[in-house]
Design a protein around this ligand. Sequence first.
Ligand code: ZN
Length: 291
Amino acid sequence: MHDTLNRFLFDNTNVRGRHVDLDATWKAALESTDYPAPVREVLGELMAASVLLIGTLKFRGTLKVEARGEGPLSLVVVQASSEKTVRGLARWQGPVPAGGDLEERMGEKGYLVLTLEPADEGQVYQGIVGLEGGSVASALEEYFARSEQLPTRIWLASDGAQAGGLLLQRMPDREEQDPDAWDRTVHLASTLTDRELLDLPPNDLLYRLFHEEEVRVFDPEYVNFRCSCSREKVAGVLRGLGRQEVEETLEQEGEVRVNCEFCGKAYVFDAVDAEQLFANISPSGGSDYRH
Ligand SMILES: [Zn+2]
């Protein structure tokens, strides 16, 4: 069973966990772009991590996780929703080193930005942490530690076919029946290999790690790749560019073609479509439509 988010907890302890395994969702994210392996690896890990994180939140809306840097890999952005949809993309230039620390790919000044946007009118929350620590998982762990949130450990892996992740979180102490549980479960989870994380079905993986613990696993939730792009949104961007630029493109190309960076979907506007774009706004262009 693939493309699931699995919630579990350890009975009589304050430790809970999440496991995610992405298959079709991950392959769909790879369809639009031919990513080199070192770029793909970071994107897959960030995608799995984003689903894990949204799976820990009681919240309706979207979580955006961006890794930005000045290295050959300059941007990885993933958006996950409380409906368990996820999409993501990466930008890079030139050869991106394989292996080694994340800093080698993203530069020493790299950082992660986490943005929570509630579906209703609630407040947008944003947090930032440096990419020190060498991996997506360690940067996120550092973020949890620094923002004084719940102690959290994360394990991530991805290859060309799958992306997977495991998260353990220590909830606030109730009466602390089992004070050793956090160290014990983290120690067990640290024996997980990337291959196991990618290959084992959720229940096998939890049994392999925690068969001596009392693990309670809840029904899985299904994760889907879904892009929120639309013709209306693209039309808004074209209005933002202004009538002159759109008409120049029409003259040169015969049509205006915009490909969604997340899913690769093509949106095509011909001369009549373009006329409609600007039918109701002033001839000076669409700067009012910029967001
Ligand atoms: Zn799209």
